[in-house]
Ligand binder design. Structure first.
Ligand code: NAD
Length: 487
């Protein structure tokens, strides 16, 4: 297990020798201590990245692609270790990490490995006598800051397009979950990424993260995390007007129409909120049910939620693990209190489980709360296994409920009426809409939000645009003829 900073191709201690503890949220036992980067370490990493980028940006794109493809293979070859590491660090059930996190991580590196030498510029038709060609240039040194909910997968979403496009990276994993990112760095080193092209600086947000966001030699900051931190990043970025990409919070509406297949909608909606203990920005955290099917839906949904198997994430049978930290468990449980105070009705859960094998961990029972749109639990991101329920009587009311929040990231709708599906998809204020499904992601499809869910997109062609900037080059075909002041 790597526990040091990764700078300029080497694992090193922090300058001040500082460290922080990494805990297993299943029982709050200490997994290890990890070197804690502070501002001075970030500066060293940025210097290394700036030097490495000079060569990396000019490298053959197909060679960059090859390294990313080799990395994807190495991730798969070391898959079981990565799965166990991620599960212990975050609380993800291993069955989910194996089925989703790991393959999605490898797929992302592979997709952008393939993209590296297929990302073309263009040649706009301009005035006679001129050729104008437009290339996409890498931005330079990119700072990347990721949260703790999907550290392995988000590391790939951030790193892969940036590297394919010729940028060098300084990435700061979340202080709660740095281990899989450090392991990826080790694999990158093994497959031959040049020193300095990727640097990993685990540390706290207010020190290492803040320095990265304000650093004058960092030309872009790509951030995934909460909306309040996103605002701070934007302020810090003003120091050198760096590019900013923000993937922030969400409050996903999940609408079930009366003509939906109820069994499919129940199963899909449970997945939408309870997968990864609800710690997902795109979670379907607001169930919006047509009043005609609401009772039947809820009866089945509650029965399904009750049957979800909580347990040690390392057990193959476990379907729901702990939240990622004690502090976060307390935050989620506090929302139950707030919901009650504001008149919400707790239909299920609302507490930590009392089972003996779970009391030491950061567990919260699947929680279902009937609440008004204006209640805090319908407006604030809870980020736990906590779903609200509201009902509607017609499409306009469904839409008003769906769009009645400041966020606009993931959203879902369940219906067998094709024209209703497309009409609603057009009107919902969100970066992503899932019709008769939820939480499907693919490296080829752009991922991101609108409103206070942020701006910019990860994945797909869009991500390559995010990590590059256009350069327009003008060529006067007749070099002997001056265009102006001809004498
Ligand atoms: P957070 O904002 O507290 O932390 C995210 C990261 O930012 C961490 O690495 C943290 O150390 C760092 N950070 C904190 N303060 C900082 C500062 N002042 N300057 C620079 N960096 C700083 O968020 P969190 O609680 O760790 O993560 C959960 C949040 O992430 C939720 O709001 C969730 O919706 C959001 N999220 C969004 C997406 C998306 O794609 N839109 C995906 C996953 C999670």
């Amino acid at each position: 297990m790597q526990t040091k900073l990764f700078i300029n191709g080497q694992f090193v201690d922090a300058s001040a020798g500082s460290k922080f503890a990494v805990l297993n949220p299943y029982d709050n036992s200490r997994i290890c201590d990890v070197a804690e980067a502070r501002a001075e370490d970030v500066d060293i990493a940025v210097d290394a990245a700036a030097k490495a980028q000079k060569t990396w940006r000019r490298s053959d794109p197909s060679q960059r692609g090859r390294l990313l493809l080799k990395l994807a293979d190495a991730i798969e070859a070391n898959g079981e270790d990565l799965i166990q590491l991620e599960s212990r660090d975050t609380g993800h059930p291993v069955r989910d990490a194996r089925k989703l996190d790991l393959p999605r991580t490898a797929a992302c590196f592979r997709y952008f490995g393939g993209m590296a030498d297929k990302f073309e510029g263009f040649l706009p038709p301009v005035y006679p006598g001129y050729i104008n060609y437009v290339t996409r240039e890498p931005v330079g040194v990119v700072g990347q800051i990721v949260p703790w909910n999907f550290p392995l997968m988000f590391t790939s979403w951030k790193m892969a397009p940036a590297l394919a496009a010729g940028n060098a990276i300084v990435i700061k994993p979340a202080e709660l979950t740095p281990l899989s990112t450090l392991r990826i760095a080790e694999l990158m080193h093994e497959v031959g990424f040049p020193p300095g092209v990727v640097n990993v600086v685990p540390g706290y947000g207010h020190t290492a993260g803040a320095r990265l966001a304000e650093h004058p030699d960092v030309k872009k900051i790509a951030f995934t995390g909460s909306t309040p931190t996103g605002r701070r990043i934007v302020q810090a970025s003003a120091s050198n007007l760096k590019k900013v990409q923000l993937e922030l919070g969400g409050k996903g509406p999940n609408i079930v129409f009366a003509d939906a297949s109820i069994p499919a909608a129940v199963a899909g909606s449970a997945w939408a909120i309870f997968h990864n203990q609800g710690q997902a920005c795109i979670a379907g955290s607001r169930l919006i049910l047509h009043e005609r099917i609401a009772d039947e839906f809820l009866e089945r949904f509650i029965a399904l939620a009750k049957s979800i198997r909580l347990g040690n994430p390392l057990d193959e049978d476990t379907e729901m693990g702990p939240l990622t930290s004690k502090q976060h468990q307390e935050r989620v449980l506090n929302f139950v209190k707030v919901a009650r105070e504001e008149g919400g009705e707790i239909l299920l859960g609302g507490k930590a489980p009392e089972r003996e094998d779970l009391v030491k961990g950061c567990f919260v029972e699947p929680t279902i709360v009937r609440a008004k749109l204006t209640d805090s639990v319908n407006q604030e991101e809870v980020f736990g296994p906590f779903v609200t329920v509201t009902t509607f009587s017609d499409d306009d009311e469904a839409l008003a409920l769906a769009n009645g929040v400041k966020y606009g990231l993931g959203s879902g709708l369940w219906t067998s009426n094709l024209s209703r599906a497309h009409r609603m998809a057009r009107e919902i204020n969100a970066g992503m809409v899932w019709i008769n499904s939820y939480k499907v992601v693919h490296p080829g499809s752009p991922f991101g939000g609108v409103g206070e869910s942020g701006y910019g997109r990860e994945m797909g062609f869009e991500a390559m645009l995010e990590y590059t900037q256009p350069k327009s080059v003008w060529v006067n075909i007749d070099a002997q003829v001056a265009p102006h002041y001809q004498r």
